[in-house]
Design a protein around this ligand. Structure first.
Ligand code: PEP
Length: 249
């Protein structure tokens, strides 16, 4: 037993409208009542945060934004600040999801600044890191992860959680094998402990990339996998609930 509370999160990306978000939250709340042993977080799109906040009020389920701007306020059309996320009850925010790195050219440095901004707004950043298929096949996986992790940790105070999401496994149906995921998580754990000491032992390391009810239990059985960041399967409350069920300590 690692002593770390499992953490399971659903990233809705650019899916759902308010009525769907409400129905999902009602259903997940109903199923999750009485379930103990895992922390659960939803990451809806910005326009859904108010609805999700209302629907989850008083429940054990937390919610967060999918991104934030690194400065607290100002002339940044289309962006959202940490204070605005906190105002709608977010306790978490995703930083550096590979789709943001890819679609918006986000650098490690910017992601570190976003993680620091989140902390200053009282929100826990879940920083996503992961190698592409090309980086893995050219033997650069650990070098890339080292760099991404250093940027995330360089932002003081430290992140709330790290999600290892191999880019080649996101939305592709190609899940990392439990052994491959554990090899990377063990590497990240050593790096975290070297950088942060006992705080590095306590920081949760999530796996993400085509996690489904059918593969969650064997991934969760790995000693350094503390939960999941789920995309596709997290859009359905039933499938997401089954993944949570496989992740209870
Ligand atoms: C994600 O986008 O964070 C993700 C892990 O997606 P999927 O589960 O669909 O691979």
């Amino acid at each position: 037993m690692s002593g770390r509370t499992p953490l399971v999160a659903a990233n809705w990306k650019m899916h759902k409208v308010r009525a769907e978000a409400r129905d999902y939250c009602t259903e997940l709340r109903r199923r999750i009542e009485g379930v103990r042993g895992a922390e659960v977080v939803l990451f809806p799109g910005f326009t859904l945060l108010g609805t999700v906040a209302e629907a989850l009020a008083g429940s054990s389920i937390a919610w967060g934004g999918q991104d934030l701007h690194p400065v607290p306020q100002g002339a940044h059309t289309g962006d959202v600040s940490g204070a605005q996320l906190a105002d709608v009850g977010c306790s978490w925010v995703l930083c550096g999801h590979s789709e943001r790195r890819q679609d918006h050219g986000e650098s490690d440095e910017l992601i570190g600044a976003k993680a620091a901004a989140a902390r200053h707004s009282g929100i826990k950043p879940m920083v996503c890191i992961g190698e592409t298929e090309e980086q893995r096949s050219s033997g650069r996986t650990f070098e890339v992860l080292d760099r991404q992790l250093a940027a995330a940790l360089g932002a003081e105070p430290r992140p709330g959680a790290i999600a290892y999401e191999p880019v080649w496994a996101i939305g592709t149906g190609k899940t990392a094998t439990p052994e491959l995921a554990q090899e990377v998580h063990a590497f990240l754990r050593r790096r975290l402990e070297k950088a942060l000491g006992s705080a590095g032992t306590a920081l949760r390391l999530l796996y993400g990339g085509s996690v489904k009810p059918a593969n969650a239990a064997e991934l969760f059985a790995q000693p350094d996998i503390d939960g999941f960041l789920v995309g596709g399967a997290g859009l359905d409350p039933g499938q997401f609930f089954d993944i949570i069920g496989s992740s209870c300590a």
